[in-house]
Design a protein around this ligand. Structure first.
Ligand SMILES: NC(=O)c1ccc[n+]([C@@H]2O[C@H](COP(=O)([O-])OP(=O)(O)OC[C@H]3O[C@@H](n4cnc5c(N)ncnc54)[C@H](O)[C@@H]3O)[C@@H](O)[C@H]2O)c1
Length: 409
């Protein structure tokens, strides 16, 4: 019997996401190991390698990528270093998994997509929030038709602002809250509406309400899809109370509400505190706090790496690809154009790939709405049982356009 494959990994980045990634990689599949870690300053890389039992560490990104003993490169670096890291991995002929956002703009993301395609290496887009257990179950239910035709998907991510200086520098990050958090929301929305449905145009507003920075610290966007479904996202670096991640999906036959963090059913009051970390971006360490039972799983990291590494081994694309990352960047570019012009702006894609494969099929279009045909050729709009026990039927006569109601038992 063949033993399952394992991977030796070069991990670039020893910050918040590097730590989550390393813990997730060493847990679920357990046979994969980070073999080389790269970070700055030197002590950060050395400490990280000691903490996680990683054999080699360096501050030199090229040296880490080219290490002859690793086959996969994982990019957990500030946004302005993603393109360089992916370029190095493609040149080294190694599989590469890159964190969000893929690029700082669609142009940068496209160059990264082209680099991995030219080199013929496996590439995955590390969008963890498409892999939370709740999102996976919700998306599978939608694909199975539980909600009928999806009309509206809303995704929200807000917190009090990022934890490192580079995020706040618009040149290094490529934007503010929209690039940092909107990228998650946009891909979650695509997951629910269907990745085979093209995003067509965008209307967005953004502002810098609280922080002394050039980038936006709040934003709201509407995304119109080719099937007329609407995506809606809300992002902010101004929210007080922790990390708020929520989604809603409305279809002709059903509704889903998801609460991923904070109010998930785990609420604790402590007068003394836990003595340290509570959960990512927690706003309080005492009083009422909202811990996470298993952050690695609840935020999607565990299932994300399982999908990426299984996909690599079985020769299928991952659920989240570099093309998906490119589409997200293109939607965000349109958001910035719209916020400036105050108009709907088109989502400009160099090509549209509805593709085939896991997670890409359009949302199921079976209609679970109450509408249907009534008597005399009239169209039934709505049926509702009233408090007095009667049943009202609202109908439209297509010949006259008139709308009327019938009351029955
Ligand atoms: N949920 C998520 O998917 C999620 C969450 C947080 C961050 N991120 C993304 O991960 C990336 C990193 O964010 P973070 O929160 O870990 O940032 P961070 O500031 O905590 O860590 C960045 C790390 O990059 C390394 N680094 C910086 N410059 C370097 C250089 N020149 N050479 C080698 N290493 C260098 C350092 O080791 C540093 O610790 C960003 O793109 C961010 O958007 C994703």
């Amino acid at each position: 019997m063949n033993s399952p494959k394992s991977h030796r990994i070069t991990l670039l980045g020893t910050g918040l996401i590097g730590r989550f990634y390393c813990q997730a990689l060493h847990s679920r599949r357990s046979r994969d190991r980070v073999h080389v870690v790269c970070g700055v300053p030197e002590e950060s890389a050395a400490d990280f390698s000691r903490a996680f039992g990683i054999p080699k560490w360096t501050t030199d990104m090229a040296e880490a990528v080219r290490d002859p003993e690793t086959d996969t490169v994982i990019v957990g670096l500030p946004n302005d270093l993603h393109a360089k890291a992916v370029q190095l991995a493609a040149e080294a002929g190694k599989a590469v998994l890159c964190t969000k956002p893929l690029g700082r703009s669609a142009g940068e993301a496209r160059s990264m997509l082209e680099a991995v395609e030219r080199a013929g290496v496996f590439a995955g887009y590390l969008e963890d929030l498409c892999y939370t257990p709740k999102t996976l179950k919700a998306a599978a239910s939608i694909r199975a038709g539980a909600l009928g035709r999806v009309l509206w998907a809303r995704s929200r991510e807000t917190h009090g602002g990022p934890h490192s200086a580079w995020f706040w520098d618009v040149k290094r990050a490529g934007g503010g809250a929209i690039v940092d958090l909107g990228c998650h929301c946009i891909e979650v929305i695509r997951t629910f509406i269907g990745k085979g449905v093209r995003p067509v145009e965008v209307m967005a507003v953004s502002d810098t309400l609280v922080h002394p920075i050039d980038a936006e610290d709040s934003g709201i966007g509407l995304i119109r899809f080719e099937n007329r479904a609407i995506g809606q996202f809300e992002v902010a670096w101004t929210f007080r109370g922790g990390l708020d991640i929520r989604d809603e999906v409305a279809g002709t036959g059903g509704t889903i509400w998801l609460n991923h963090f904070l109010r998930t059913g785990f609420e604790m009051f402590t007068a003394s505190g836990l003595g340290g970390y509570v959960a990512e971006k927690a706003d309080a360490e005492k009083g009422w706090i909202f811990p996470s039972g298993d952050e690695l799983t609840e935020l999607g990291y565990a299932d994300m790496f399982a999908d990426m590494l299984d996909a690599m081994e079985s020769g299928r694309p991952a659920v989240e690809t570099f093309y998906d990352g490119y589409v997200v960047n293109a939607v965000m570019d349109a958001c910035y154009r719209s916020a400036a012009s105050r108009r709907w702006e088109p989502v400009e894609l160099f090509e549209w790939r509805p593709g085939a494969g896991h997670g890409r099929e359009p949302a199921v279009v079976a209609d679970g709405a109450s509408a249907g045909s009534g008597e005399d050729g009239c169209v039934l709009i709505k049926t509702e049982r009233m408090p007095d026990g009667t049943v009202k039927r609202i109908l439209r006569d297509p010949a006259t356009g008139g709308i009327f109601q019938e009351i029955g038992k």
